[in-house]
Write a protein that binds this ligand. Structure first.
Ligand code: NAP
Ligand code: ZN
Ligand code: ZN
Length: 347
């Protein structure tokens, strides 16, 4: 089945109209008519091949909201017309340790990502949500509430789960002191979700103009990390820092913001890292961890949590013909706070 899409034909190329082949609906598959797809900074990294190994033509998009158009004979959880979400992964081996523990994103054989990846046959490329339709095994499809603004729900499928997951894992005290580094797509969801969980949240930003927004989003405090007295104000303040910064930066300096035994979780994935001096960790007995999106079960838990707390993203809706402008603005740190493509405008 030929489906209209937007693709980068090679690394760093602008997105252009393209058509992709979607498989016929198998017994366990759901065919989804895509309504909205968020633009994650990872889409920008991958189109620019920042992480190397990009597969082109590339159709990005892993923050997908759509309506079920067709279900396979053995599909039980979904019916035609239901609202659904698809996030960053669409398949995995289903039998390894991580898959058994509902952490399919860490599948030992490598999970199948929604795009820029290969199906389990290792040869069929996957194409993402900057397209009109997608076919996904029901085990990797999420149920979405119809009570929330759908375009603003789309970013939960990546920005939401990527911040929810480490909060569940590391913010174990009832009122943890949390620093969120970087007020972008991930950062703004981190603030909203952490505040809704009852934690004390401080926004750590390099953009003075975002201070008022940080407070509006739920942050209890805002510190401009480039200020002369930031180091003094932030020293030993947090139990947990969620680091969502998309560009290379001094991670070691920010470790000084952690209290004894505090943890920094790296979520941002710049093209390359910076050196970390052992003293930065030893001096405060701190730890650095990483976290990749979240498993399917936890993604459903996050969507249900957001529906219960009326949490959605702050979005700037754009048409299919505005995607390259959105990419350029995202690159310049100019978005409030997630671009979402209205896929009905792709004709
Ligand atoms: P985004 O909307 O562009 O936000 C990134 C933020 O980083 C910016 O808003 C800015 O915040 C800060 N920043 C940018 N350049 C900086 C610099 N040179 N120095 C210091 N701060 C800088 O991006 P996003 O969509 O939230 O994604 C953030 C990162 O997470 C990306 O690298 C993305 O690939 C990665 N990611 C990882 C996962 C995962 O599973 N781990 C999932 C999704 C995305 P301020 O203006 O407030 O400083
Ligand atoms: Zn993402
Ligand atoms: Zn597995």
């Amino acid at each position: 089945m030929k489906i209209k899409a937007l693709a980068a034909m090679q690394a760093a190329a602008p997105l252009q109209p393209y058509s992709v082949e979607r498989r016929e609906v198998g017994p366990h598959d759901v065919r989804i008519e895509i309504l909205y797809c968020g633009i994650c900074h990872s889409d920008l990294h991958q189109v620019h091949d920042d992480w190397k190994g990009g597969i082109y033509p590339m159709v990005p998009g892993h923050e997908i909201i759509g309506r079920v158009a067709e279900v396979g004979a053995s599909v039980h959880r979904f019916q035609t017309g239901m609202l659904t979400g698809v996030g960053c992964l669409v398949d995995s081996c289903r039998s390894c340790g991580p898959c058994q523990q509902h952490e399919e994103q860490y599948c030992v054989s490598g999970c199948v990502m929604t795009y820029n990846s290969y199906e389990r046959d290792s040869k069929t490329p996957t194409f993402g949500g900057y397209s009109k339709q997608v076919v996904v095994d029901e085990r990797y499809v999420l149920q979405v509430s119809d009570k929330l603004e759908l375009s603003a729900v789309a970013p939960l499928l990546c920005a939401g789960i990527t911040t929810f997951s480490p909060l569940k894992r590391f913010a174990t005290k009832p009122k943890s002191r949390i620093g969120v580094m970087g007020l972008g797509g991930l950062g703004h969801m981190a603030v909203k979700i952490a505040a809704a969980m009852g934690h004390e949240v401080c926004m750590l930003s390099t953009s003075a103009k975002k201070a008022a927004d940080a407070k509006r989003l739920g942050a209890h405090d805002f510190v401009l990390t480039t200020d002369a007295d930031a180091e003094r104000r932030l020293r030993r303040r947090f139990d947990l820092i969620l680091n969502t910064v998309s560009a290379p930066h001094d991670v070691g300096a920010a470790l000084n913001y952690l209290d004894l035994h505090g943890t920094m979780v790296i979520l941002g994935a710049p093209p390359h890292g910076t050196q970390l001096h052992p003293g930065a960790l030893i001096g405060g007995a701190t730890q650095v961890a990483g976290s990749l999106v979240g498993g399917i079960k936890q993604t459903q838990e996050m969507l249900d949590f957001c529906a219960a707390h009326h949490l959605t993203a702050d979005v700037e809706l754009c048409g299919a013909d505005e995607v390259n402008t959105a990419f350029a603005r995202l690159r310049k740190n100019d978005v409030k706070y997630r671009f979402v493509i209205d896929m009905q405008t792709l004709n």
